[in-house]
Design a protein around this ligand. Sequence first.
Ligand SMILES: [Zn+2]
Length: 394
Amino acid sequence: MSNLERNANFRTLFGIVVISIAIMLVIGSSSFPNMALSKSSSHVPLLSNGGIIGNSGIGASNLNGFHNQSSSTSLYSAPPPSASTLGGNISKGVSSSNKVVMIGFDDGWKSQITYAKPILDKYGLKASFFVVCNYVNSGDIRRMNWQDIATLQQDRMDVQSHTMDHKPLDKMSTNALIYEIAGSKQCLASHGIDSTIFGYPFNLGSNKPSVVDIVSKYYNFARTGTYPLMSLNCNGFANKKPQQTDCRTYLPDGKLTFANRYDIRSDSFFHISSGHNYGPSEMFQQFIQQVNSQVPYNNNGKINAIPIITYHDLTYNIQDYNKAGTTITVPLFDQEMQYLHDNGFKVLLLNQFGFDPTNNVFYLKKIPSSTSGTATNAAILLSGAPSYSTSKTK
Ligand SMILES: [Zn+2]
């Protein structure tokens, strides 16, 4: 089961490092007037659950346990800004310095270390892994064990919390919530992992104050689903009313905002939509479209929007692929990572998110010292405040 989901402030962990690098994306609001998250003209549904899957009737859950909480039907209601307003580097597609992406893996599938990690290593990429404590404890050979998790950590991957039992949090007693949310942080801590980001199972709970209030006590950030791009100023969700002007958690009337530090929006790889099962080659085209959808929003090295992609299980078996919408084939995953590598994308970890509480905006930190040092993602992170600038390419 497993699925799509989400995640927290590393200030505690890497506070010092952070300051030096804390590259704010902050001021980018004006360049983000209406982040429509353009889905472009393709008629092929994007990976985004929102809208698309919501319309399909697959909403509740599929074989993989995926739940879709989005009821939106038009995530991409407004067109992106025209190229003419964006300055020079749009013309040829994108300047590589403006292309970033975050890669996450949920639910601790064994295939993530067996198949995905060697591919990440091959391209020099790091990723964030959201693990479910009792899956790790279960002894189920389909899941990673603590030795696997330790290997990820030693290799400077980002390991984060995805509850104790992977149950939906939206209808749960306070005590049960505390067990799932605080307990999983403690569980990871007992294995030497300081988790600062929480991922909501099934993307459920981030719209409930009773859930968010507990999450915010134990984590700096939390990740949920169903949006192809995350706006670092939270002002780009075109069809969300009222329009947000920053990433504050609550509106003046006490309602939770659509996007905030406990509601970071990501998008899961998902290939079944509207009754159609998209094959790997179709999904690759969608991937290209999705990771490039940030182009209109990121200019001159200032990042305002980031696609955050969440993967689950990986397989070589096409029948297994067909069974679960969140399962990706190993060759397709390799192809996607190669695309990022060959096209100058900077692959960041979710723990590179920082939050500026004064202006209520996210920023991107340089890779934390504990995860830097290789010629991988670290190479990408520069120093140059106040904008997050990316140097060269690969
Ligand atoms: Zn999950």
